[in-house]
Ligand binder design. Structure first.
Ligand SMILES: [Zn+2]
Length: 448
């Protein structure tokens, strides 16, 4: 354990010190894929164009340090499972690991430890609730891909959670098992609509699932600030005498990064910013609460500016009302022109943009015809052309061109990520640290 506690208290044993400065409530937030370019970009994205200055953001107010993210092998770029395992347990593991070590042995998580100390526990995510990050706090599995096994373990390994909100009907309402009914039988209140977040029964544990897999993109959702809405309800539900540990994940910043959809990622950032602003207010009224926010890695190699141009133009992104996914779906149904694409993008395309979309659609038809002409045996060895993917790519290239956004990858990158913290005991996250240090510091506050 590193010595990170205030020097005035160093004459006491580390455990005694930790107990004196330990916050009652700990809220850990992960912006999945939120490398440093995302928080910088959000500042320009959310800037008020009517004023001369660039307004600072809630992220700017609480930036305290940075974190390295490499998994157990240092020349590897981490995935979300190894990243979350490090953040949840303080131990590095291999990509794909869900809170097991490199020998596949289970590792105690901060959430499990908090529960064993009598605290309430909550998990609020915009992915499915058994996705890599939430799973690493709640389960132990050799592979993040064992989605059904991970969901089963939420009941079978003993319930560790007082509140669980996110997506995942596909994994909880299965033919072989109805985990929703099983949770209800254990006394849980179940909800499947955001509207019901406002009247949760105070005395009951809660399971809320709002989508088949992940929640809709913030840009497409009927509540564009669903993470902040869920967080508000969650905090009120589990606060109490002995305090709580809560994991919150803005899961889909990463998904926008993988898909190189800058508009989708910025909308996810906006939902996270609103969540953080709410927690800023909560901590003012509950100063015995600690909030820590970091990312598990950066995604997409996103850069502000591209192709030698010294500019980034988020203006077009601000007015968008649909994700690139949804725009691509709609373009599949039309013959794109300057007029009918305007309501999709909410800005006017150039003739070249329309030409690109038209070409993408023509390529889809051509590729599908070529594929259909193959023998069945040949088709098996070829990949079936993905029309959505082709049109989607053309849509995101238009967004990149109009905003001068750059990407180096459809995967993760290994840059250090920012760390933000406020509330009681937040100073221990100052400066550079490794992702495993974050869990170690939280464990210390929890008396371990
Ligand atoms: Zn991730």
């Amino acid at each position: 354990m590193k010595h990170f506690l205030p020097t005035l208290l160093l004459c006491l044993s580390p455990i005694a010190v930790a107990q004196q400065v330990a916050p009652k409530n700990i809220i850990m937030i992960i912006g999945d894929g939120m490398g440093p370019a995302y928080t910088s970009a959000y500042r320009y994205f959310s800037d008020d164009p009517k004023t001369k200055e660039i307004e600072s953001t809630v992220f700017d107010r609480y930036l305290v340090g940075s974190s390295s993210t490499y998994p157990a092998t240092i020349n590897t770029v981490t995935d979300s499972a190894a990243g979350a395992t490090a953040l949840a347990t303080g131990t590095k593991s291999y990509n794909g690991a869900i809170s097991v070590n490199v020998d596949k042995k289970p590792l105690m998580t901060v959430l499990e430890w908090a529960k064993s100390q009598g605290k309430k526990t909550g998990v609020v995510v915009t992915s499915q609730v058994n996705h890599a990050t939430p799973a690493a706090y709640l389960a132990h599995n050799e592979s993040r891909r064992n989605y059904d096994e991970i969901a089963n373990s939420y009941i079978d390994d003993g319930i560790k959670i007082d509140l669980l909100l996110g997506g995942g009907w596909k994994y909880f309402l299965r033919e072989d098992r109805n985990l929703v009914d099983e949770f209800k039988a254990k006394g849980f209140h179940y909800l499947d609509k955001y509207a019901d977040l406002s009247n949760l029964p105070k005395e009951k544990p809660v399971l809320g699932l709002f989508a088949d897999v992940g929640l809709p993109w913030a840009l497409d959702d009927d509540n564009k600030h669903r993470l902040s809405a869920m967080t508000k309800a969650a905090v009120h539900q589990i606060e109490g005498d002995k305090g709580f540990f809560m994991l919150i994940e803005a899961s889909q910043i990463d998904w926008g990064g993988h898909g190189n959809d800058i508009a989708a990622s910025m909308a996810e950032m906006d939902d996270l910013a609103k969540t953080l602003e709410y927690l800023e207010h909560y901590v003012e009224h509950h100063p015995d609460t600690l909030v820590v926010l970091t990312a598990d890695h950066s995604t997409g190699g996103f850069t502000i500016g591209a192709n030698g141009k010294y500019q980034w133009q988020p203006e077009v992104l601000r007015s968008m009302t649909m994700s690139a996914d949804t725009i691509a779906d709609k373009i599949e149904m039309i013959t794109p022109d300057l007029l009918n694409t305007k309501p999709l993008f909410n800005f006017t395309l150039t003739k070249e943009d329309v030409e690109q979309l038209t070409n993408a659609k023509a390529n889809v038809v051509k590729d599908l015809a070529t594929y259909k002409a193959l023998t069945t045996a040949q088709q098996k060895s070829e990949r079936k052309p993905d029309s959505h993917r082709t049109i989607y790519k053309a849509v995101t290239l238009i967004l990149d061109k109009h905003s001068t956004t750059g990407w180096t990858s459809n995967g993760h990158t290994g840059v250090d990520v920012p760390v933000f913290s406020f509330g009681k005991g937040s100073s221990v996250f100052n400066g550079y640290q490794d992702n495993t240090d974050i869990a170690k510091k939280i464990f210390t506050y929890l008396g371990k």
